[in-house]
Design a protein around this ligand. Structure first.
Ligand SMILES: [Zn+2]
Length: 288
């Protein structure tokens, strides 16, 4: 193999005024140097590229780790909130059960399936919670309907005394107070007290009569619905008019002795489907 005798000659001057210098470098050595320089440069460049890549990966990893930590915390928070929500739902369900029982409502099967039968193995998820909540809302609405109706009925049920005083005559058969020795049917209670004492309605209702009526004298009749009416007789004064809506304890007139009466008292009558019933049993309704 023939030896390469070629040279590259470099001519250069270190300063502008110095003499020209000349360096001869053999062809193959120059290529070797250039080759090493190229390999070195590529190695350094590749290394730098990998380092940069690594830095990017590390930065991304840090971001992901942070996100992961935040998500884990949020997840734990959501889990504990869910547990809290479930226990509150269970408490609500118990209350609802008692209310339903007290209201005489039978629970729909739906809610029974949704609550208390999953067991600890079955993880309740959000859609379960939502379904149970909707079911509870529906059940509570039913109870509220019953409650509202009962409220109206209770407010319309005669309760308490129309006026405080002494019961001078009870309900039923009695001696004729005007003498003559006979007996008569007394359709109400006679409560005696001072002339002019305020008489109050014993329940919510609508005045269907207010005026003089035979032996009752000045009388107010109130219709409470559900077939119940009350009468307040012998009034000295009437404070309400026919068609007027009154609430319990509303003053409707004053004690007097008008009509078939011997002394100031309130003749109090409770009628069920227009048949007099004993008012005594209504005096303590709903009162302690
Ligand atoms: Zn009477």
């Amino acid at each position: 193999m023939k030896e390469d005798k070629r040279f590259y000659t470099f001519v250069f001057a270190p300063t502008a005024k110095s003499q020209l210098r000349k360096i001869n470098i053999p062809h193959n050595i120059l290529f070797a140097i250039l080759g090493f320089a190229a390999v070195g440069f590529l190695t350094v460049a590749y290394g730098a590229y990998r380092l940069a890549q690594h830095a990017v990966v590390v930065a991304k990893l840090n971001i992901l780790q942070n996100e992961n930590r935040v998500l884990r915390e949020q997840n734990q928070e959501a889990e504990s909130k869910k547990d809290l929500l479930l226990s509150r739902l269970a408490a609500l369900d118990t209350t609802q059960r008692q209310l339903a029982q007290a209201s005489g409502i039978s629970r729909s099967d739906d809610i029974n399936k949704n609550i208390g039968q999953g067991g600890p193995d079955e993880e309740a998820n959000l859609s379960d919670i939502e379904r149970v909540t909707v079911a509870l809302e529906n059940e509570l609405r039913k109870i509220k309907d019953v409650f509202d109706k009962n409220q109206v009925k209770l407010a319309s049920t005669p309760s308490g005394w129309p006026v405080r005083g002494y019961i001078t005559d009870g309900f039923g058969m009695r001696r004729n107070p005007f003498g003559g020795g006979g007996v008569e049917s007394h359709g109400g209670l006679d409560i005696a007290t001072n002339h002019g004492t305020a008489i109050e309605a014993t329940a919510d209702g609508i005045v269907i009569f207010a005026g003089m009526y035979g032996g009752y004298g000045n009388v107010v009749v109130i219709d409470h619905g559900y077939g119940v009416t009350t009468r307040y007789g012998h009034m000295s004064r009437i404070d309400v008019a026919v068609g007027q809506h009154v609430t319990r304890s509303k003053v409707i007139g004053a004690v007097g002795s008008t009509g078939r009466s011997t002394a100031p008292h309130c003749h109090y009558e409770v009628r069920l489907h227009d048949r007099p019933v004993n008012p005594l049993s209504y005096l303590s309704v709903g009162r302690s």
